[in-house]
Design a protein around this ligand. Structure first.
Ligand code: FEO
Ligand code: CA
Ligand code: CA
Ligand code: CA
Length: 676
C-alpha cells in the first residue's frame, strides 16, 4: 500500500444513500461509466451487438453475468507490466445467464424454449456465454474504452480443451469418453470468484457447476459403487434435473456430456460421461497474456463450489498459501500450502503456467476448524490424516480421491460448517485473511434435520428474525470473518479469528443482529465480493442480497480494516421455544464508525455487485454489475417497460433495452485515488 498523499483522507467521500433507482450511484466527485458489456464484440470481424435476441457468435463476444475480475497491465509496446496505469487486460468470469424455466431468455429473440428438448441453436448460444474473457481496455484522454480488435482478447467457454493438473491428473475418477486417460476435460463452468497469482497469472473458481448436469432416476443402482456417495455429497442425487436441459439438444457428445448417468459397458467410464462432473469444481489457471496456452485445472486446491482464491503474503523462503471458500450452506473454508518455498525471481517468469506447476500442483490442502475461544486449526486433508483415510462413510483411495471429493474429506477431518463462504482477500498491510460469509438460512437456534446447524462462535447469528417469514430465518444478513495466522505464517496450522463486521439493517436490535452498530450510511446485507485495494489498502465489500432489496439495490462499501482482536467478546442470548435461552459467545471487531465504513456505490435494479480490480496508482477502479433485471418475468420479454431493469441502455450504453451485465470504470473527477 502507498501512504496517503497530502490532503487525502481515506473515506473522505460523502456516503451514498440506499437506492432503488435503476442506475449506478457513486459519491459526488466520482464518475462511473460502462466500458464492456454482455455481447460486446471481441474481434474486428464480429458484428456490433444488437441486443434483441438475434445476435450470434458469442464465442467472439463478451460473455454473460460478469463476475470476478483481475487486472493485468500492459506496457505501451504490449509487454506484461505491473506498473501500467493506462493500458490493461481485464480477465473476468462469465458465471451464468439470466434464466427462468430452462431458457436464458434475454439471449433469444422469443425468449427461447421453456420445455424439453432444448433446440441446439439456443443451447449453443447459452454454452458460449459461459466461461472467461480477456479484454484489452485502455485510456485515451480521460476516457477508458475496450479495444475490439486487440490481439489479446480471448474467450474460454465450457467447450475449451483444458488440462487437469495436480493429484487428480490421470486419475480413474477423471476418465471419460473425451479423455480416456483422465488428463483433460472440456471447458470451465459457472466461474465465480477469481485470484491473481504472485507470478501474474489468472485464477478462476468454478462454483455452481453441479446444477448443469442431470442424472437418471435409476443411476444409483446402475453405478452400485462409492461414486453414489460422492455424487450425493455434492448434491447430485439420482433423478436430479439440469439447469438448462443442455443434454437434450442432440446426440453429439457436446450435449450428451451433460447427462452423467452410467450408460456404457466399460469398467472405467471411458465409453460414457459418468465421470464428467468430476472435471468441474476446480480452481483453473490461465495465462492472461498468452491465448495460445492451454488452461490448467489445479486439482490440489480441491473440488468445491469455489469462489475466490487469495494468496497470503509471498515471502522468499516461506511457502505460498492460497485461501478459498466453498459457497454453499454449511460448507467450509480451506487453505492450500505449497510444498516448496517462494522464490522471488518467480514473480516475473518466462512461463507462467510452468510456475503454476511448481507452486500449485504439490502441497497440502487444509480445512478450517473454528474453536469457541477465538482460536482455530487448519486440518490436513491427506491420506496421512487418519480421520480422512479411516473415514467410514467413504473409503478414500489416494490423494486424487481427496482432490476430487474434497467435501467428504473435510467432513471426515471435522471442519466447522460455515455460513456460505464467498470471497476471501488478504489485507496487504498485515496478511490477515478476510472471508465473506454471505448468509445461511439453515443456521437455526434449534436445528432440525441434518441440513441445519446450530449457531457457534464463528457463525453466531440464527433466527435474526428481521423478517417474519421462515425463508428469512437463519443468518439473514451475513458477516465477514477474519483470520490471523499463528506461528509459521502462511504455513501455520493454527490461527486466531474474530468477526470484522456483521451485516444488518441499521435499525435492527444491537444485541442480536446489528452487532457492528451500523448506521444508515453503512448498513448492508449479504457481503459477497471482497477485495483489498493494493494502493490504498481499503477493504471493498460488495453485496449479493435478497433480504434488504425491498429497501436498496445491491451495493459496494469501503472499509478501513482493523486487526484481529481489536474488539471483544460478545454473548448472544437466544430464547428457546420451550423456554430458557441458548447463549453463544463470539468475538466482534470494534464497532463501525464513519471513519471505518462507508457506502460508496449502489447498483441498478436486480443486480449483484461483484469483481474488483484497480490500476496500480489506485486512481482507476473496475467493478462488475452482474445480472441487472434478473427478476424480470420471461413472459414480459416483448415489453421493455416491464423489465425490472433497462440498464445499461438507460445509461447511454449500447443498443436495445434488454438489461446486460457489464464492467464499469470508476474514476475520481479530481484525479485522486478511489475511496478518498
Ligand atoms: Fe457466484 Fe457464491 O457466488
Ligand atoms: Ca459470489
Ligand atoms: Ca452470492
Ligand atoms: Ca449472481
Amino acid at each position: 500500500t502507498t501512504p496517503p498523499v497530502q490532503g487525502e483522507k481515506l473515506l473522505g467521500f460523502t456516503a451514498v444513500a440506499k437506492s432503488l433507482a435503476d442506475a449506478v450511484v457513486v459519491p459526488a466527485g466520482y464518475t462511473a461509466k460502462v466500458v464492456y458489456a454482455l455481447g460486446d464484440p471481441l474481434t474486428a470481424g464480429t458484428a456490433a451487438f444488437k441486443n434483441d435476441g438475434t445476435d450470434e457468435s458469442f464465442e467472439n463476444r463478451a460473455g454473460d453475468h460478469h463476475d470476478g475480475m483481475e487486472l493485468f497491465g500492459l506496457s505501451a509496446t504490449g509487454a506484461p507490466s505491473t506498473e501500467s496505469n493506462d493500458r490493461v487486460l481485464l480477465a473476468m468470469n462469465h458465471e451464468a445467464t439470466t434464466d427462468q424455466t430452462l431458457s436464458s431468455f434475454f439471449l433469444h429473440a422469443n425468449g427461447g424454449t421453456t420445455k424439453l428438448p432444448r433446440p441446439a441453436a439456443e443451447v449453443d448460444k447459452e454454452v458460449a456465454v459461459h466461461g472467461v474473457s480477456v479484454v484489452e481496455v485502455k485510456k485515451s484522454g480521460s476516457d477508458w474504452k475496450y479495444a475490439q480488435d486487440s490481439a489479446f482478447n480471448r474467450r474460454v467457454t465450457p467447450l475449451t480443451d483444458i488440462e487437469i493438473a495436480g493429484p487428480a491428473r490421470g486419475s480413474k475418477l477423471l476418465v471419460t469418453k473425451y479423455s480416456t486417460n483422465g488428463t483433460r476435460t472440456r471447458g470451465t463452468l459457472n466461474n465465480c470468484g477469481t485470484g491473481k497469482t504472485p507470478w501474474n497469472s489468472f485464477l478462476t473458481g468454478e462454483e455452481n457447476w453441479v446444477n448443469y448436469f442431470t442424472r437418471s432416476a435409476t443411476d444409483d443402482a446402475a453405478r452400485n459403487d462409492k461414486s453414489v456417495v460422492a455424487l450425493q455429497r455434492y448434491g447430485k442425487t439420482q433423478g436430479a434435473a439440469s439447469r438448462h436441459g443442455w443434454e437434450t439438444a442432440g446426440t453429439d457428445d457436446k450435449y450428451a456430456r451433460w447427462n452423467i448417468s452410467k450408460s456404457g459397458a466399460s469398467a472405467d467410464g471411458s465409453d460414457d460421461y459418468r465421470n464428467e462432473m468430476n472435471g468441474m469444481g476446480f480452481v483453473v489457471e490461465m495465462d492472461p497474456y498468452d491465448k495460445t496456452k492451454t488452461l490448467k485445472k489445479r486439482s490440489a486446491l480441491g473440488r468445491l463450489a469455489h469462489e475466490s482464491a487469495a494468496f497470503g503474503p509471498a515471502t522468499a523462503g516461506q511457502p505460498l498459501a492460497v485461501y478459498m471458500g466453498d459457497d454453499s450452506r454449511n460448507e467450509y473454508i480451506y487453505k492450500f500450502v505449497s510444498a516448496i518455498n517462494w522464490v522471488a525471481a518467480d514473480a516475473n517468469p518466462a512461463d507462467r503456467l510452468a510456475t503454476g506447476d511448481k507452486y500449485l500442483d504439490s502441497g497440502t490442502l487444509y480445512v478450517a476448524k473454528f474453536n469457541a475461544d477465538g482460536s482455530g486449526e487448519w486440518l490436513p486433508l491427506t491420506m496421512a490424516n487418519s480421520a480422512v483415510s479411516g473415514y467410514t462413510k467413504y473409503k478414500f483411495d489416494d490423494a486424487a480421491d481427496i482432490a476430487v471429493n474434497t467435501r467428504l474429506a473435510a467432513d471426515a477431518a471435522g471442519a466447522t460448517k460455515m455460513d456460505r463462504p464467498e470471497w476471501c482477500s488478504v489485507n496487504p498491510a498485515n496478511g490477515e485473511v478476510y472471508f465473506s460469509l454471505t448468509n445461511n438460512s439453515n443456521r437455526r437456534v434449534e436445528p432440525s434435520g441434518s441440513s441445519q446447524s446450530a449457531p457457534d462462535g464463528a457463525n453466531p447469528r440464527a433466527y435474526t428474525d428481521m423478517k417474519a417469514s421462515s425463508s428469512q430465518a437463519g443468518n439473514v444478513n451475513g458477516h465477514i470473518i477474519r483470520i490471523k495466522e499463528g506461528t509459521g505464517g502462511t504455513g501455520a496450522t493454527s490461527f486466531k479469528w474474530d468477526v470484522f463486521l456483521f451485516g444488518a439493517e441499521s435499525g435492527a436490535d444491537q444485541a442480536l443482529v446489528n452487532l457492528s452498530k451500523l448506521s444508515a450510511d453503512q448498513d448492508f446485507s449479504s457481503p459477497d465480493g471482497l477485495a483489498f485495494a493494493r494502493s490504498t489498502g481499503l477493504c471493498w465489500i460488495q453485496t449479493d442480497d435478497g433480504a434488504y432489496t425491498d429497501v436498496t439495490n445491491c451495493m459496494m462499501l469501503a472499509a478501513v480494516p482493523g486487526t484481529v482482536g481489536d474488539g471483544g467478546k460478545v454473548t448472544l442470548n437466544y430464547a428457546k421455544s420451550a423456554g430458557g435461552t441458548v447463549a453463544v459467545d463470539t468475538y466482534v471487531g470494534k464497532a463501525a464508525s464513519a471513519d471505518t465504513l462507508k457506502r460508496f456505490l449502489v447498483g441498478p435494479a436486480g443486480c449483484e455487485i461483484t469483481g474488483l480490480c484497480e490500476t496500480p496508482d489506485g486512481k482507476t477502479m473496475f467493478i462488475n454489475i452482474q445480472h441487472p433485471g434478473e427478476n424480470t418475468d420471461q413472459a414480459n420479454l416483448a415489453d421493455p417497460s416491464k423489465y425490472t431493469s433497462q440498464w445499461p441502455s438507460n445509461a447511454g450504453y449500447g443498443a436495445g433495452k434488454r438489461p446486460r451485465s457489464a464492467t464499469i470504470v470508476i474514476t475520481k473527477n479530481d484525479g485522486g485515488r478511489i475511496g478518498t
